[in-house]
Design a protein around this ligand. Structure first.
Ligand code: SF4
Length: 698
């Protein structure tokens, strides 16, 4: 039977942070189909991406040889460029020539301009080992901390708030703990679309009696399972959350014993929210006072309650404040540290947790150890036998500005696609075009690779070995199921070759050797070994012993802060950076679709997924469509102060009037041409969830 596999290989889904384990059924070095495996985060379930999105590595446009830009070909997005025929703009090269040219351009810039002239973007789609090597190369080879990745566009503000308030950026409890909760708040997230298998755990919990409260400006599929579904005014999160805190304080619903034993700063919070009554906050957040009181009472009086949030919380100029409020809610009510309680920012990419842990962050070394701490830095200098810069590096959007002002002149971008994912794309793309030397390592000639001087063909998830860490802090092992095509190479091998050309004496022969080195710098990996992962497939951190399961719920006794206590951080409501007005009267918000992942570089090249959602759409309320006089499928133009795109209208009753939603995966109608690059001052995350826009019939 030609459809019978000759091998089965266990691995992990390459898409979202749920971290579903799966089994590749392989025949003749090709994947026949994918099956859900009984992993802790999926229990044999997979969503449409995990089940059908496995064939992108075989796409006709897959890179199989290094490419070098042809002399005289201008950098930039060329509307006539065919990624499947890249040789009009680039020429094929040997690995030796491509690596020499890639590294030499960066080495020369460093020699002429100093270490601050270089920067690197690593990838949350790669393994922990690849993230570790990439940030090590930037810190010890480039000589600065100018290394970042898409966490800056995703949960950087959540991490900033969590680090400040509870001393740890990871979740305090897995999403499986929803089954043990009496009440769950879901806010600024849409799990049925963005974390679909986690959503199945939520649906099961709701069926068994957990009361779900959905707080969001938009409606969603999980509203059908919610005890309460509350729509609030876009951008008014802090007003709503402070009103909830006001009710908890004024009605004495807080947990005095927990607060006394585990927290600091409650008296200041009490005073801070005293005037923020439901009546005073209702006009801003658009929720009636009675509903605000009902939500506060439900959450505060529950024996066990959890809060989950997504990028509807984090991607605002007040994203860190939003997360601070949610943390205050949990601390005030004693809802952490026990089964069925906790704080859980649902992570986006399959390895954004692990890539952050492994140090793809400009202000901290691996395991969030600040670069400015001389003692911690000295430990890494000894581990890596190289001096390290004490200055925090630049973040994603800051790097774009630094290219424009001439500070950054050379970049190495591995597996990220800023020419699609950065806000205000015209500005970001102009920056990429201005770079004197750009090396891109990827599977395809992505929009970003079209700006490159050298393109290095890399490995897809089904072709590589490595560990990943999901939203639950579960470290899992990915295994290679099929061979690399043509001359494509593992990412870790390519990074090592660049490092050697910077004079670094790296001799890793396998990712397990990198993992062993990581364990020497990352206490979070204590008691987790490569061999254990081969045997057990998944171990959560922190893990107390070699034979113990990792912790599903953390901080029962103390928080990892200097005092052992968590800290309340009061916040004031702030307006969006760019409020709507008469010229731009509609709120633009962006995000993902169930079938497509982030910038679409993988899923738009997966046959079934692209068949399911083949074209760019903008979702708007039925009344908004009537107002514009457009029927479903007809084109509309969306304009902001930064640009315009035209795409098909999708009428969606879940959308509130006065708002339009655009997924950011479609290059032909790139949502980020429109988005506002204004940053949250703490997390340095752009305000993707709110820009003032104008709609018109195309
Ligand atoms: Fe993959 Fe996430 Fe879907 Fe699971 S829920 S199959 S990890 S995309």
């Amino acid at each position: 039977d030609s459809a019978v596999a000759d091998r089965r290989v266990d691995s992990v889904c390459p898409y979202c942070g749920v971290g579903c384990q799966l089994t590749y059924h392989v025949k003749d070095d090709g994947i026949l189909f994918v099956e859900g495996k009984n992993g802790p985060a999926n229990q044999e379930r997979l969503c449409v991406k995990g089940r059908f999105g496995f064939d992108y590595p075989n796409h006709a446009a897959r890179l199989t040889t290094p490419l070098i830009r042809r002399d005289g070909v201008a950098k930039g997005l060329d509307p006539d460029f065919d990624p499947a025929q890249p040789l009009t703009h680039f020429r094929e090269a040997s690995w030796e020539e491509a690596l020499d040219l890639a590294a030499q351009g960066l080495v020369d810039l460093k020699a002429a301009q100093g270490p601050e002239t270089l920067a690197g973007f690593g990838s949350a789609k790669c393994s922990n080992e690849e993230a570790w090597l990439f940030q090590k190369l930037v810190r010890t080879g480039f000589g600065s901390n100018n290394v970042d990745h898409c966490t800056r566009l995703c949960h950087a503000s959540s991490v900033a708030a969590l680090m400040e308030c509870i001393g740890s950026g990871a979740v305090t409890a897995s999403f499986m703990q929803a089954a043990n909760a009496d009440v769950v708040i879901l806010t600024g997230c849409n799990p049925a679309v963005n974390h679909p298998v986690a959503a199945t755990f939520f649906k099961q919990a709701a069926k068994r009696g957990t009361k779900f409260i959905v707080l969001d400006p938009r409606g969603q599929a999980l509203d059908a399972y919610a005890h309460l579904s509350v729509r609030f005014t876009p951008g008014a999160d802090v007003s709503l959350f402070n009103a909830l805190l006001n009710v908890i304080v004024s009605e004495g619903l807080y947990d005095e014993d927990y607060i006394a034993e585990h927290t600091e700063g409650f008296e200041a919070l009490k005073a801070h929210v005293a005037e923020m009554t439901p009546e005073s906050m209702a006009p801003a957040c658009g929720v009636d006072p009675a509903t605000i009181r009902e939500v506060a009472r439900l959450y505060a009086t529950a024996e066990r309650a959890m809060i989950f949030w997504g990028m509807g919380i984090s991607q605002h100029v007040h994203g860190t404040d939003n997360a601070r409020c949610l943390i205050s809610l949990a601390l005030a009510c004693g809802h952490t540290g026990r089964p069925g309680t906790g704080l859980h920012p649902l992570r986006g990419q399959n390895n954004v947790q692990g890539a952050s842990d492994a140090g793809l962050i400009p202000m901290v070394l691996p395991d969030y150890q600040p670069v400015g701490d001389a003692q911690l830095r000295a430990a890494f200098e000894e581990l890596w036998n190289a001096p390290l810069d004490e200055q925090p590096g630049l973040t994603v959007v800051e790097i774009v500005h630094a290219i424009h002002d001439g500070t950054i002149r050379g970049m190495y971008i591995q597996g990220e696609n800023p020419a699609m994912s950065d806000p205000d794309l015209d500005h970001a793309r102009a920056a990429l075009a201005k770079l004197e030397h750009l090396v891109v390592q990827d599977l395809f000639v992505t929009e970003t690779a079209q700006f490159a001087d050298v393109i290095l063909p890399a490995s897809s998830w089904s072709e590589k070995e490595g560990t990943v860490t999901n939203t639950n802090r579960q470290v899992q092992l990915g295994r290679a199921a099929v061979s690399l095509p043509g001359e494509a190479k593992p990412d870790w091998w390519i990074i090592q070759e660049i490092a050697r050309r910077f004079g670094l004496d790296w001799r890793y022969a396998h990712p397990r050797e990198v993992f062993a080195e990581m364990k020497r710098g990352m206490p979070s990996l204590d008691h987790i070994t490569w061999e254990r992962l081969e045997r057990e497939h998944s171990v959560s951190y922190p893990c107390p012993a070699d034979d113990a399961p990792g912790a599903d719920v953390v901080f029962s006794d103390a928080f990892p802060t200097a005092s052992g206590k968590a800290r309340f951080s009061p916040t004031l409501p702030l307006p969006p950076d760019e409020p709507i007005d008469a010229d731009y009267p509609v709120v633009l918000t962006t995000g993902r679709q169930l079938e497509h992942w982030h910038t679409g570089s993988m899923t738009r090249r997966a046959r079934v997924l692209d068949d399911l959602e083949p074209a760019a759409v903008a979702s708007l309320a039925p009344a908004e469509a009537r107002h514009l006089d457009v029927a479903p499928g007809e084109p509309i133009t969306i304009t902001t102060r930064r640009g315009s795109i035209t795409l098909a209208a999708r009428v969606d009753p879940a959308m509130p009037e006065g708002m339009v939603f655009v997924p950011f995966c479609y290059a032909e109608a790139a949502a980020n041409v429109l988005t506002n690059p204004a940053l949250d001052p703490f997390g340095k995350i752009p305000e993707f969830k709110y820009a003032a826009a104008r709609l018109s019939r195309a």
